[in-house]
Design a protein around this ligand. Structure first.
Ligand code: FAD
Length: 390
């Protein structure tokens, strides 16, 4: 598809090199194990994170503190290649770099940045990002988690749900309404909570049918006492976590298309060798129509992703544009994955092929970082000036 749309020449040699290095790592180190991890419902984050760190993929778009300082486009291409293996791997990288590290980079004190970022960039420390709660996902402003002052300390109470890497993280970035002296209303602020803090417990979420090669957890905070400097000092309001989400969403614009490309490649390979009614499946017009339509959507998606990457690298991208990219990539990727599944017939439902694994993963990708509906509402508001969220 890249060839069909002449996408390669649009990339710099450095961008191609980063993309190809990540693709080789994915094929060599991750793909041989991914079906087993998915089946077992696990991901060896502790083992893989330092390897991702060595490649410079953790917080790769951030500057300084041991981060690679790569372009947004290069980061997107890395996400594409990781998600071509599995959305779970890309999720871990997104959460570490675009959510947890970005929160510290954007809103942390110099001391917090020095303490956490180099170790997180190296994959020696794993982070998670706790915004969603059991009763509040699309509407995080409704969150119930609270931090109140007790002398200089903070006391944190509440719970978070669906937190990627939550059960393995060394440090959780937790968003809570902070009740400060002198403030009229509590404001959402970020807190750094080390995993071994008394009163902080995690529970891994099992029985998932999607993102199985990813650790997902519930976090509970029961009178967790935190020192005064646990708060991210520059975080003031819900716009702080939303700014981090915007960074992670951008990675998904590229990432989801990696999963779609992997499905399409598998379907084309399969159709060329599978004989039905004495001829290869690839030679039937119905199959070719499916393949052509999918290649078209994939190519259009990749061109849009690249355009958004260039806008982001010029610091010109808007939230609505990222919403448009996230909506398009996830919606088309899941449609492609499901269509590819049909081409593989019964084999399509097996973990011996990647397509249903990708399709199932993409159910989560469609939902997290703003559901498809929420991004439609973002675009609807931009088009009409009318807020249909509530
Ligand atoms: P709801 O908000 O309850 O939405 C339910 C349905 O209602 C959806 O279809 C939604 O689009 C629709 N809806 C909501 N509001 C409106 C409206 N105004 N108008 C019309 N329709 C509406 N969260 C984190 O904080 N950190 C993580 O690391 C993280 N990792 C995740 C990993 C996985 C595998 C999954 C599945 C989720 C993860 N999440 C994480 C949570 C995710 O961000 C939320 O699930 C998501 O924001 C949706 O929230 P919800 O599930 O509560 O759905």
């Amino acid at each position: 598809v890249e060839e069909l749309f002449a996408i390669d020449p649009l990339l710099s040699s450095e961008e191609r090199e980063i993309r190809d290095t990540v693709a080789r790592f994915g094929e060599r180190r991750l793909r041989p194990h991914i079906a087993d991890w998915f089946e077992e419902g696990t991901f060896p984050a502790r083992e893989i994170a330092p390897e991702l760190g060595k490649l410079g993929l953790l917080g790769m778009h951030l500057e300084g503190y041991g981060c690679a300082g790569a372009s947004a486009t290069a980061y997107g291409l890395a996400c594409q290649e990781l998600e071509a293996v599995d959305s779970g791997v890309r999720s871990m990288v997104s959460v570490q770099g675009s959510l947890a590290m970005t929160a510290i980079h954007f809103f942390g004190s110099e001391e917090q940045k020095q303490r956490y970022l180099p170790a997180m960039a190296a994959g020696e420390l794993i982070g998670c990002f706790g915004l969603t709660e059991p009763d509040f996902g699309s509407n995080p402003g409704g969150m119930r988690t609270r931090a109140r002052r007790d002398g200089e300390d903070w006391i944190l109470n509440g719970s978070k749900m669906w937190i990627t890497s939550g059960s393995v993280a060394d440090v959780a970035v937790v968003w809570a309404y902070a009740e400060e002296f002198g403030d009229e209303k509590p404001r959402v602020r970020g807190f750094l909570v080390p995993a071994d803090t008394p009163g902080f417990t995690t529970r891994e979420i099992h029985r998932k049918l999607s993102l199985r090669a990813s650790l997902t957890a519930a976090l509970d905070f029961d009178d967790v006492r935190l020192p005064a400097d646990a708060v991210l000092p520059e975080s003031r309001g819900l716009s702080s976590p939303l700014a981090c989400l915007s960074e992670a969403r951008f990675g998904i614009v590229f990432g989801a298309l990696g999963a779609a490309r992997d499905c399409l490649t598998a379907a084309i390979d399969y159709a060329r060798t599978r004989e039905v009614f004495d001829r290869p499946l690839a030679g039937y017009q119905l199959t070719q129509a499916k393949l052509a339509d999918m290649a078209l959507e994939l190519g259009k998606g990749q061109l849009l992703a690249l355009h958004l990457g260039r806008l982001k690298d010029r610091h010109e991208i808007t939230g609505e544009q990222i919403s448009a990219g996230k909506l398009n990539s996830t919606r088309e990727a899941i449609a492609i994955a499901r269509e590819c599944r049909t081409i593989l017939g019964a084999n399509g439902i097996s973990l011996d092929y990647p397509v249903l694994r990708h399709a199932n993963n993409l159910e989560s990708v469609l939902t997290y970082e703003g559901t498809a509906e929420v991004h439609q509402l973002v675009l609807g508001k931009a088009l009409t000036d009318a807020n249909a969220f509530r």
